[in-house]
Design a protein around this ligand. Structure first.
Ligand code: NDP
Length: 455
């Protein structure tokens, strides 16, 4: 795919970016590897944490300009883009403040003598990242790895090159030496060659299941550690004893945020039959009241999808779902207006033999299922190839906790939508991938956890 910025609201090509050739990649690998061997990576952590502190300040200082860059390149509503910039600043600050404690040696009482585990960098991490949170996804990889001392090389999604080069410039402005963070405009074949390179020690990918399975195989072939943060088909369970108004409001937000292009967005709504009609009526009203428009206009409540390709895929997917027996009780047809808009859509009557039943809709399309009991809700929730997150709405926290422990996902939220914070580990199971980002778990993924024993 060529690297180009196309404004998804105006459909205008803004800029094309030439690809980096193999010579550029080789030189970037050499620089990044040299840095890993240097005092920057092997020496005092404070120098790296100072850069992260500065990076956090820069993100805060340049919030408006960075938010606009996101909105113009991939269509996110401006207020949500500001939120993304804020969380980037928070992640950088979180690791600047906490990495030292996370990485300090851990003692192990042992019959063999005095024993402890130290944490050391492992080298270059190759990251492949998606467009849906074009700065946050990069910060999730950069901040913990910079704290550890790993060099990071990134192939960002081809539709967000302006965000990609802006992020690299910010890291450099924060005082990072050359090679600490390198943006690469490269092909998938070049990614494979980099993963094959001995100087690269780890691979992190966030994206689709398809991309994950290809890149994870490349890492496995080279016996390199990888983390995979892939798709999700998260449930939003609404029980009969919940605060229904809140469930409707949060449910709509959980489906529409970022125009529905979030891996942990609520995608399958599982509603208890006693409140199903009321929920559906309120949910429909909430979804149909959106205002589609310019993501930079603060009164807009639903932005365009990120690309023409994303829109075409969603149109095909909904058509296929309906052909296979689903009912579109709201939306379901592309709109005829400027920009890559897809209207809020509700699909019901989705049977298990409908391909939609197992598919992730990366857009404002909600699948609604009605159940008679908690057991039925859980078996439906777990009847998925994915296992990323999920939400449960109930007035009885104990009931919610019991359900949460039975849902086969990496994260469950009770009475709120799936969210993210620097201090909370993020990751899934099943085809949603493996490994963690953020928090203490995230920083240890790409470290040499070295045991030392003194007899
Ligand atoms: P992809 O998974 O194709 O893209 C994510 C990143 O992976 C991009 O940088 C992409 O590069 C890269 N990539 C894809 N295939 C390979 C490969 N074989 N080798 C190396 N890099 C690769 O996602 P799409 O943008 O195509 O979106 C498709 C679907 O993926 C969505 O509908 C959604 O279901 C899911 N998705 C999930 C995300 C999540 O947060 N978990 C985020 C984005 C998408 P390039 O852009 O050049 O193709």
């Amino acid at each position: 795919m060529p690297y180009q910025t196309i404004n998804p609201y105006t459909d205008k090509l803004i800029k094309e970016y030439p690809q980096h050739d193999d010579k550029y990649v080789e030189s970037a690998l050499t620089t990044a590897h040299k840095l890993y061997k240097s005092d920057w990576a092997q020496g005092d952590i404070s120098q790296r944490l100072n850069v992260l502190s500065k990076l956090s300040e820069l993100f805060t200082q340049h919030e408006e300009e960075l938010a606009k860059t996101i909105s113009q390149e991939m269509g996110k509503l401006i207020e949500q883009s500001r939120g993304e910039v804020k969380i980037c600043a928070a992640i950088a600050k979180y690791y600047a403040d906490n990495a030292k404690a996370f990485l300090k040696p851990v003692k192990y009482p042992s019959s063999l003598g005095e024993a402890w585990v130290e944490h050391h960098p492992i080298g270059i991490i190759m990251a492949v990242e998606p467009w849906n949170f074009p700065f946050y996804q990069l910060m999730r990889v950069l901040a913990p790895n910079m704290a550890v001392g790993n060099s990071v090389m990134v192939k960002h999604a081809s539709i967000v090159p302006h965000c990609a080069e802006t992020f690299e410039r910010m890291v450099s402005q924060a005082g990072a030496p050359k090679g600490a963070y390198t943006n690469l405009f490269i092909s998938q074949d070049q990614v494979a060659s980099i993963i094959d390179d001995d100087r690269v020690s780890g691979v992190a990918l966030t994206g689709s299941e398809q991309a994950g399975s290809v890149v994870a195989a490349q890492a496995a072939k080279n016996l390199k550690k990888s983390t995979m943060e892939l798709g999700g088909n998260d449930v939003f369970v609404v029980l009969d004893d919940c605060d229904l108004d809140k469930a409707i409001k949060v449910g709509a937000q959980a489906r529409l945020q970022n125009a529905g292009q979030v891996c942990t967005a609520a995608k399958r709504f599982i509603i208890h039959e006693k409140i199903a009609d009321k929920f559906l009526a309120g949910f429909t009203k909430a979804l149909e009241s959106v205002k589609m428009g310019d993501p930079l206009d603060p009164s807009t409540t639903l932005g365009p999808l990120s690309s023409k390709g994303a829109l075409q895929n969603l149109i095909k997917q909904v058509d296929k779902a309906v052909k296979n027996g689903a009912k579109a009780t709201l939306g379901g047809k592309a709109v005829n207006q400027q920009g890559y808009f897809y209207p809020p859509t509700i699909l019901t009557d989705i049977k298990r033999d409908n391909p939609a039943y197992f598919e992730e809709f990366f857009g404002p399309v909600a699948m609604v299922f009605v159940v008679k009991s908690d057991d039925e809700a859980i078996s439906l929730a777990n009847d998925s190839h994915y296992g990323l997150g999920g939400a449960i709405f109930t007035g009885n926290i104990e009931r919610g906790k019991k359900m949460a422990s039975r849902i086969e996902t990496g994260m469950v939220f009770i009475n709120t939508l799936s969210g993210t914070a620097p201090e909370l580990p993020f990751g899934g199971v099943k085809r949603s991938g493996y490994g963690h980002e953020l928090a203490d778990l995230g920083i240890k993924e790409f470290t040499n956890q070295k045991l030392v024993v003194v007899a």
